[in-house]
Design a protein around this ligand. Sequence first.
Ligand code: ADP
Length: 265
Amino acid sequence: AQQQLAHAQKMEMVGRLTGGIAHDFNNMLMVVIGSLERLVPGLADDPKAARRAEMALQAALRCSDMTRRLLTFARRQQLHPEPVDLGALVTGMGELMERTLGGGVAIAIEAPPADAEPLWTASVDRSQAESALLNLVINARDAMPGGGTLCIRTVNTRFEEPQTAHGMSVPAGDYILLSVSDSGCGMPPDVLERAFEPFFTTKETGKGTGLGLAMIHGFVKQSGGLIGIDSTPGAGTTFRLYLPRAAMDALQGPAPDDDGADEAF
Ligand code: ADP
């Protein structure tokens, strides 16, 4: 068992490294591809140079395809679900989110009202949940170049019926909703339709990788959750991540005193 654990840990390390490197590598590749694409048309009267540039471009595109497969591989390795208080996770990231947003965007973190049932514990990989939230905040920032408002909410949600959306299906049950709303540019239907596609981006070369939402999709799907999006061009976008409630939490019901409960898992 000890050996198996070591192996699993090693695989996770490899997965994380691969994912991280593939992500950064792809950022650089996007610069290479963008430059070559701009270079090729200008080489019309030098066929030899044009051919070389075209070959380099094709090779870079193949590399990009390989990083895509590496990321798919890495994504499958990484998840370590544990009981997570999403409300505390959001508040804990407040400062980081403010720094990410810069001055122009007001941030509102909405906690459940004091008389409401305490927020359920979610069963998710903590670092993936943090990275998903940060990616949503970065996208919201980019959607509001002229400033605006970002609202983050966490709330208990019960689905009475199974739900399906964006290639994800979940059974009826208890979920914790993490929603991120911006008052930004919104998405027209053709962008919304492709938003989760790996490498799909509307941002200029070097600014976007097109991997943020693809990673979020992988994370939520593997966690057994669901994503909902509302987007209105010119008005804003809301991403809703429904993440499954931790089983222990469901059995115990609302704990009167949650002190140290997390250490027990
Ligand atoms: P990236 O941010 O690198 O472009 P993503 O996968 O995170 O990659 O997003 C893909 C695309 O979805 C973005 O380029 C943008 O067009 C659109 N998008 C994502 N989030 C928002 C948002 N909050 N508002 C408007 N458009 C968005």
